[in-house]
Design a protein around this ligand. Structure first.
Ligand code: FES
Length: 272
């Protein structure tokens, strides 16, 4: 076919960071293939891609050459999505935006969309952080997937996710494993870390949840109990280990956490 007339649809099916894209994206990918084949549209190419950002919007579908991004697509949405893509209109309810356009231009386009425009809800604002004592330095120990231990100074009150992001930006790429895609809003599981009591090794090949070894863990980390919301979101993490795994955005640096590290506790960073 004339390649200049082709439409390309890319579906995020990346499952190694957060299983939502792998599960939903895979089903959407297969539904799109079937729909395109049923319509005999050889000019529409459907491909799997990885990690476009925004696990919370799974299934994520990108449409080119127009450059529209769609989110929260289900297999049942596929016919309507394809109608919008092929007619070069947008489906406002599922539209995440269009690359190459400024925010104001995208808003104007959404307002003129034929379907009832209802943009996806923005991420909620982050909870305000108590910064009254941030100058205090807390020594923390991280253990990286390759066995290295990193001692660092943390600010009282910052989250382990924020600290890992800062360390990644300072150049230690192993901390890239803690992405914090949703900014700490409990809408992803990409801030997964292990809290490793003294003597407990970093899970190198973590078994599934529930398969952790028995025995009471000594020197449990001095952190708040997991909320139901954290527990729900943690279930989407990769390599989750019962009793060791937490979401880094939910753990604040405290003096007690620093003292626990002095006694041999470590924050384990999963392998990317
Ligand atoms: S950063 Fe998304 S849940 Fe922690």
């Amino acid at each position: 076919s004339d390649k200049s007339q082709e439409t390309h649809l890319y579906v995020c099916t990346h499952a190694a960071r957060d299983c939502r894209c792998g599960e939903t994206g895979g089903a959407v990918f297969r539904a799109l293939l079937a729909e395109v084949a049923g319509r005999k549209r050889e000019d529409v190419k459907v491909r799997e891609i990885s990690h476009v950002g925004g696990h919370v919007w799974a299934g994520n579908v990108l449409s080119y050459p127009v450059g529209d991004w769609y989110g929260k697509i289900t297999p049942a949405d596929v016919p309507k999505l394809l109608d919008a893509v092929l007619s070069r209109t947008i489906w406002g309810e599922k539209w995440r935006g269009r690359g190459f356009l400024a925010p104001a231009e995208q808003a104007a386009l959404l307002a003129s969309a034929p379907s009832q425009p209802r943009p996806l809800a923005p991420l909620p604002a982050r909870a305000k952080q108590d910064t009254s004592d941030r100058a205090y330095n807390v020594p923390l120990t991280f253990e990286l997937w390759d066995g290295r231990r990193v001692r660092t100074q943390a600010s009282l009150g910052e989250s382990l996710m924020e600290l890992c992001r800062a360390l990644a930006e300072e150049g230690e790429r192993a901390f890239d494993a803690v992405e914090g895609v949703c900014g700490g809003n409990l809408e992803c599981a990409t801030c997964h870390v292990y809290l490793l009591p003294p003597g407990v090794p970093l899970p190198s090949s973590p078994p599934p949840l529930g398969a952790a070894g028995g025995g009471e863990i000594e020197e449990a980390p001095p952190v708040p109990a997991m909320s139901e919301a954290e527990e729900d979101m943690l279930a989407y993490g990769i390599g989750v280990r019962e009793g060791l795994s937490r979401l880094g955005c939910q753990i604040r640096v405290t003096r007690e956490l620093g003292e626990w590290c002095e006694r041999g506790g470590r924050v384990g960073v999963p392998r990317f």
